[in-house]
Design a protein around this ligand. Structure first.
Ligand code: DC
Length: 218
């Protein structure tokens, strides 16, 4: 039987987080931002002095407790790290650490456990292909690289008006991250064959949400 899961995958800046959160709210489902989990793990390992070139074991990840609230905040061992994990440095490290099999295994297990507990909307890169290949609904959100970088730049600028990074730099980092996320061996960023593709370039968030809910409600 298909799982009561809405899988929303796509590259960074495609609008996944905002859309997934709104869709979950409308359906009364739990919202899980799996990218935030990879980011929180990167923050944790970085604080421990680990780099993506080190050998990381399951033991290294044992001290990580991730928790979530209904507003989409993520807590790393009790600390709300939702803002800290959005920095360009952590974005790069999250992509780097997410290539490691042990990191993927631990987080994929946690995501499945959470998604099976209650009806959920999960967003990420490999939800429809690996985490929940039997999800009832699958969507793949995309947009042009320039539009995606613009959204990420404005999001960062809104949180930190003194942001010392240019739009061009964000675009460059994003292209590199997309290349890395799509070309890794395990669970690469990829549209599931049965996912509905939505190009969100030039679309309002509400219209993307509406389109997804139309598919779900039939
Ligand atoms: O969605 P995001 O930009 O916050 O994700 C940060 C990084 O985490 C992304 O570059 C790749 C990784 N990630 C992943 O490998 N698998 C997921 N399901 C979600 C994110």
């Amino acid at each position: 039987m298909k799982k009561e899961v809405v899988a929303i995958d796509g590259p960074s800046g495609a609008g996944k987080s905002t859309v997934a959160k709104l869709v979950a709210g409308k359906l009364g489902y739990f919202y899980l931002n799996t990218g935030a989990m990879y980011r929180a793990v990167a923050l944790y390992l970085n604080r421990k002095g680990k780099t993506p070139d080190d050998v990381i074991t399951e033991d290294d990840l044992k001290g990580i407790d991730l928790d979530f609230d209904n507003d989409g905040n993520i807590f790393l061992n009790g600390e709300n790290v939702s803002e800290k994990i959005l920095s360009p440095d952590i974005s790069k490290l999250a992509s780097d650490f997410s290539k490691l099999p042990v990191v993927r295994k631990v987080l994929t297990d946690q995501q499945r456990k959470i998604g099976l507990k209650k009806p959920s909307v999960l967003e990420g890169r490999d939800i429809g292909t690996v985490v929940f290949p039997d999800a009832k609904y699958k969507f793949f959100l995309d947009a042009t690289p320039e539009e995606r970088a613009k959204r990420r730049y404005l999001q960062l600028k809104e949180k930190n008006p003194d942001l010392g990074v240019s739009f061009e730099e964000i675009l460059k980092q994003q292209l590199e991250r997309d290349r890395q996320d799509s070309s890794r061996d395990i669970a690469p960023l990829k549209k599931a064959d049965d996912a509905i593709y939505i190009d969100t370039t030039g679309m309002e968030i509400e219209d993307v949400v509406k389109k997804i809910l139309e598919f779900i409600k039939g």
